[in-house]
Write a protein that binds this ligand. Structure first.
Ligand code: PLP
Length: 371
């Protein structure tokens, strides 16, 4: 069996260190926030090349607090993409603002900057690009449009730990970045976790208060806040794992290079990493017009696969109130219909990549992928 991800083998490779870190946290009784969380914030901020990291309880909370810190609320509009995990859009709802969608660039699956200006209205307050699958959105034009229209940029970097765009790290380019440490993400907690990255002192101050009941100091609540604190154990685990993240990222990139090598010369449509991007391959998605068939066939051969994501957010029943319909975002809809994710995790061997690629190529030859 070739699994889709393999969290167990990674744990076993760092078991002693992680177990010791967890026990130490329990013995210290620093169960929520505390010294390991504070140290992790500094270490992850430095990894992202930003001044501040504010640790929270998950990636959705990170997006929510970034929006609130930017003073986004009722009556405001936030531009994002419908081809994303639902949380990008849910967080906009949490802030009571209205999500406004623009389509993706079909080459990269990220926001098409050429579509943004037509979506801007006098109510637009922010742009929220998603660095989907581990590849940064085309940030230079997005930042230029934001500057021209005086908009905040919040990067959804929940899938993009360590990704780079023209040498700049994900989470360091916009006003704020949001990261998730859900176990399956490139840097995963042993539970839930998230973080906001920013160079802005004021946003840092506000988000620190908002995550802990809006308190300036204990019981002095100056803002209507939340309980979005990161647990101490997660901070301890994440500190251990962060030391290995660059190595794991290079292993993911090597696995992607192996896939590309084994797929070379076939008609399988593999992911495209733009030359100025450091793609960190949270997800390795190919395209096919015969997805259900291919997934079933792979499954029978013991090869796991997934779909990220089968329904674009504008067509989800939960967001029908936005009034969008099928056909509104053709590239997002086509991506949702065609993408299929192959096994991708740092420990994936060249041999396993070859097994997967050989199986997929056989399917593609039997039934060529749509052009
Ligand atoms: C995982 C994810 C989130 C949400 O993170 P959680 O930690 O699960 O709340 C948001 N956006 C994207 C693109 C994600 O992949």
């Amino acid at each position: 069996m070739i699994p889709f991800v393999d969290l167990k083998s990674q744990y076993l490779s760092i078991k002693q260190e992680v177990d010791a870190a967890i026990l130490k946290t329990i013995e210290s009784c620093a169960f929520t926030l505390g010294p390991d969380v504070a140290a992790f914030e500094k270490e992850f901020a430095s990894y992202c090349t930003v001044k501040h990291g504010i640790a929270v309880n998950n990636g959705t909370s990170a997006l929510h607090l970034a929006l609130l810190a930017a003073n986004i609320g009722e009556g405001d509009e936030v531009i994002t993409v419908p081809f994303t995990f639902v949380a990008s859009v849910a967080a906009i709802y949490y802030s009571r603002a209205t999500p406004v969608f623009v389509d993706i660039d079909p080459r990269t699956f990220t926001m098409d900057p050429a579509k943004i200006e037509a979506a801007i209205t006098p109510r637009t307050k922010a742009i929220l690009p998603v660095h989907l699958y581990g590849q940064c959105a085309d940030m230079d034009p997005i930042l230029a449009i934001a500057k021209k229209h005086n908009l905040i940029v919040i990067e959804d970097a929940c899938q993009a730990h360590g990704a780079e765009y023209k040498g700049r790290r994900a989470g360091s380019m916009g006003d704020m970045g949001a990261f998730s440490f859900y176990p399956g993400k490139n840097l995963g907690a042993y539970g839930e976790g998230g973080l906001v990255s920013t160079n802005n002192d004021e946003f840092n101050r506000t988000i620190r208060m908002l995550r802990d009941w809006g308190a300036e100091k204990k019981y002095h609540h100056v803002l209507k806040g939340y309980n979005y604190r990161m647990e101490g154990i997660q901070g301890a685990v994440l500190r251990v794992k962060l030391k290995y993240l660059e190595g794991w990222t290079e292993q993911r990139r090597a696995a992607a290079a192996n896939y590309a090598r084994f797929f070379a010369g076939s008609n399988v449509r593999i992911p495209e990493a733009l030359p100025h991007n450091r793609h960190v391959f949270h997800v390795y998605a190919i395209r096919t017009a015969h997805r259900t068939e291919w997934m079933d066939a792979l499954n029978k051969q013991g090869i796991a696969s997934g779909i990220h994501y089968p329904i674009p957010v504008h067509l989800l029943p939960a967001y029908a109130d936005l009034g969008y319909k099928a056909g509104d975002f053709p590239h997002s809809e086509q991506a949702a219909n065609e993408t299929m994710s192959l096994p991708m995790f740092p420990e994936l061997t060249a041999q396993q990549c070859q097994t997967v690629a050989t199986a997929v190529k056989a399917l593609a030859e039997a039934k060529p992928a749509a052009a």
